[in-house]
Ligand binder design. Sequence first.
Ligand code: PBG
Length: 324
Amino acid sequence: MFPIQRPRRLRRSETLRALVRETVVRVDQLIYPVFIRPGTGMKQPVSSMPGIYQWSVDLLIEHLEEVFTQGVRSFLFFGIPVHKDSEGSEAYRPDGIVQLALQAVKERLPEAVLIADLCLCEYTDHGHCGILRDDQVDNDRTVDLLAKAAVVQARAGASVVAPSDMMDGRVTVIRKALDVAGFDEVPIMSYASKYASGFYGPFREAAENAPSFGDRRAYQMDPANRREALKEVFLDIEEGADMLIVKPALPYLDVLSDVRQAVQIPIAAYQVSGEYAMIKAAGQMGWIDERRVAEESLLSIKRAGADMIITYFAPEFARWSSEK
Ligand code: PBG
């Protein structure tokens, strides 16, 4: 009679496996990050992220129309400004690059969810996520500027704002500013637990936001800390966050799982540039099967508890799914 339980019974055919499958990655829960640069007719490859480009607004619109048709409906906007300064002023100028892109894409794709990444690092000449006082980021002055930028983004058509700066207390101040300006229905998706990670390497080429001195360890979280993620998450919820982000994703699945168990609100996990680049590079070398590993990574992130996944693979995943 040995053995009574034979788990292999349910693995015998693909139809049976599909019937008992626990986790699914849905294309309409993927968020595709895009980089926008000034000019027209620009589609500039990011060398460390094959398949990812810096787009001028005109070509971005065409690209997103195509991606939208394939089923990816949510986009996260990053800007490479014309002009950087010590106060990151293009982040909160009405004619800043992301604001122009939001207006244009909203007009063409009114149903898309347009998420504005809210941070100063792309806009400051020193590349830090806020304004400096004696080589340290000044938390409270930065928060006021972020709130100003949030209102400008909402006015330009952002459906959601996503603060990624990791300043303390910013959700409270951003919420209040949005409400006062009449944007009480614009949700905040906060990067609640964002680690000071080496996996952001390729992003710094894509968004041209590498800090000119030092690093971000004085404001982003220490990779060694797991319990602290919950502290950050609860603070952001108390302050009014509608959705949370855990970032990076694959190296932090323990954190993601903890957060999933602790909170009720929707959670996004950010599969960051370095995660993408590693899969692409090993795939190009022929060392792994890119599609299989990409799909398995996204599935793992979902299985660990993410509702949504921010991923550079979004358009490819949509294409792969339609080929199945
Ligand atoms: C900006 C920001 C970063 C990322 C998203 N928003 C970079 C950083 O904090 O240095 C990284 C995303 C990625 O690596 O894909 N604050």
